[in-house]
Design a protein around this ligand. Structure first.
Ligand code: FES
Length: 113
């Protein structure tokens, strides 16, 4: 296997159904608050066996009211995250496919194939 294919294989790209980007600040939130959410996201995705890729971002260009998360392919944006909110989002949205509507800031699915 070539190194690029090996990297895709290692990240679980082919099995992934979603991709979550989480901004950990520093402008939308304190980095320590973003990192606390990131740790819950990592733990929940692993524990629940959710086929989801995770990317820690330094900015999603909102820059206030964070930490911000966007979930693709559906394009659901959540702000003002806490570890507790992330726990519920992982279980209801990422694992069960039901966005937590009371916390959704925007729905913006990108055009697909
Ligand atoms: S720093 Fe988080 S959206 Fe810009």
């Amino acid at each position: 296997m070539n190194p690029i294919d090996a990297a895709f294989c290692k990240m679980g790209l082919d099995a992934s159904e979603k991709h979550v980007f989480l901004c950990i600040g520093p402008d939308c939130c304190a980095t320590q608050d973003g990192l606390a959410v990131w740790e819950v996201l990592k733990e929940r995705v692993a524990k629940l066996g959710i086929p989801t890729m995770r990317t820690k971002a330094a900015c999603l260009r909102v820059c206030s009211g964070g930490p911000w998360m966007v979930v693709y392919p559906e394009g659901v944006w959540y702000g003002a995250l806490t570890p507790e909110k992330c726990h519920r989002i992982a279980e209801e949205h990422l694992a069960a496919g039901r966005p937590v509507e009371e916390w959704v800031a925007r729905h913006h699915p990108l055009a697909g194939e």
